[in-house]
Structure formats: structure tokens, C-alpha cells
Design a protein around this ligand. Structure first.
Ligand code: DAT
Ligand code: MG
Length: 239
């Protein structure tokens, strides 16, 4: 986070607690400032003044300053809200292996995760080295197919991804289907799109620990993008 953003957040936190201590209707203040807050966040990211603020700055600088002050607590609220939301959401590592990439199945596979309602938070196309493949599949090092498996994973581009959502680790595996495509149900990715276990086109973490380890192996923390999707309020809800 930039210095500017950090000090804005700090100031905003003091403002928030002061407002809370005075027991004034904080929520309405925050609600009013929500749009302005989004502009503030965007502005902090871009380090430029949005046109509307630049305009009011020239015409009424004290009003503009008041606008900024009102926006900052709400900006922090939105930021904290997003961070808290992202923190509690489960993430899994999904990779389209070289066979899936070469067969032009990227969009077909991505669309299944997307249509379900899961959220893409990281994606990159990489050719892993054999050593990297061995790290990824380290738990299979004693299996007879380990060497061939690592040769295959490092033989071409792999589309590495992190997907986020409630229950995404377990349900991601359901979308993928059984390891052996001969045993995968129709309707699953492997069931519909693959035939043999050695070319089963996709990888998905099999539990919370492996998800964490695999995300850490394939991605730098800064490559994971936390954001609120417009669809979230329609995907999640309790009646
Ligand atoms: P999954 O990919 O479903 O998590 P896994 O972790 O047991 O399955 O194995 C990793 C990969 O190794 C798998 O996607 C394909 C390959 N593999 C597994 N069993 C195999 C076998 N009996 N023969 C050849 N390759 C195999
Ligand atoms: Mg596995």
C-alpha cells in the first residue's frame, strides 16, 4: 500500500473511531460517502485527481476538501470490507495442463468455473521447468509415473490460476471430475473433455493445505488480486 494510502487510512480510522464514539449515525455517513469512496480509492491507486474533484478543487477548494474528508472513512470502510470478505473466502489452485492448452480448451474450462459463480483472482501462462513440476507433484515422487508426469507438465504452456469462492476447493474438484477420465462422470471437465489419465487436461488442489501450498508455489502474493465482483450480491445471500 502506498504511503499516501496508508496515511489516508490512518486518518480515516481515527475519524471512524471518533465518529463511533460520538455515536452519530456512522452508517448513513458511510452510505453517503460510498460513491465518493470508490472515487477516492481509484484516485489513491492512480495518484491523479478524478475530473469531478479537480473541477470542484478549482471552484471551491474548501468544499472539495470537505468532500475528500467525507470520502476517506467510507473509502477505508469499503477497503476493509473487501479485505475482510476476501480474507474469509476460500481459494484454490487450478491449472490447465499442456494438453488442455494445446487442445484449445482454455475458454471452455474457464467458463465452467466462471458460470458456476467462482471468481478468478490470479491467472498466468507459464512453462514450468522440470524441477518446478517435481516440486508441484512432490507427494507423488514414489509413484512409477512420477518422472513422465513431470516431463509432461513441463513440456509446454500451463495456464495457472487461483479461483475464489465458498467451497471452491471441494467443488472445484467436482467440476474437474475423477483423476481417470474413464471414471469421470459426464458433465465434468475430465468426463467431457479427456480420455486417459496421462492426459487429463487439468489440475485442482485436493484440500485446504495443498491449496495454500500450491498457490504459494505458483504465485507471488502480489499476483493475487482482491476485488469485489459486481455479481457477488447475486451469487451469495441468506434468506
Ligand atoms: P488428481 O490430478 O486428480 O489430483 P493425483 O494427484 O492422484 O490426481 O495425480 C496427479 C496426476 O498424476 C494426475 O492428474 C494424472 C497423473 N496420474 C495419476 N495416477 C496416474 C496413473 N495411474 N498413471 C499415470 N498417470 C497418473
Ligand atoms: Mg492431486
Amino acid at each position: 500500500m502506498s504511503k499516501l494510502c496508508q496515511s489516508a487510512c490512518k486518518a480515516a480510522r481515527s475519524l471512524l473511531s471518533a465518529t463511533a464514539a460520538a455515536s452519530s449515525p456512522r452508517t448513513s455517513l458511510l452510505a453517503e460517502g460510498r460513491n465518493a469512496a470508490l472515487a477516492t480509492l481509484t484516485n489513491l491507486g492512480r495518484k491523479t485527481l478524478p475530473t469531478a474533484y479537480a473541477y470542484s478543487y478549482h471552484h471551491n477548494s474548501s468544499a472539495a476538501a470537505a468532500g475528500w474528508l467525507a470520502a476517506i472513512p467510507a473509502a477505508v470502510y469499503v477497503l476493509q470490507d473487501q479485505e475482510a470478505h476476501a480474507a474469509e473466502m476460500e481459494r484454490t489452485f487450478i491449472a490447465i495442463k499442456p494438453d488442455g492448452v494445446q487442445r484449445g480448451l482454455i475458454s471452455e474450462i474457464l467458463s465452467r468455473f466462471e458460470r458456476k459463480g467462482f471468481k478468478l483472482v490470479a491467472i498466468k501462462l507459464v512453462v514450468p521447468s522440470k524441477e518446478f513440476a517435481q516440486k508441484h507433484y512432490h507427494d507423488l515422487k514414489d509413484r512409477p509415473f512420477f518422472n513422465g508426469l513431470c516431463d509432461f507438465l513441463s513440456s509446454g504452456p500451463v495456464l495457472a490460476m487461483v479461483w475464489e469462492g465458498e467451497g471452491v476447493i471441494k467443488y472445484g474438484r467436482k467440476l474437474i471430475g475423477a483423476t481417470d477420465p474413464q471414471k469421470s462422470e459426464p458433465g465434468t471437465i475430465r468426463g467431457d473433455l479427456a480420455v486417459v489419465v496421462g492426459r487429463n487436461i487439468i489440475h485442482g488442489s485436493d484440500g485446504p493445505e495443498t491449496a495454500k501450498a500450491e498457490i504459494g508455489l505458483w504465485f507471488e502474493p502480489r499476483e493475487l488480486v482482491s476485488y469485489t465482483s459486481n455479481e457477488e450480491k447475486w451469487i451469495y445471500g441468506v434468506n
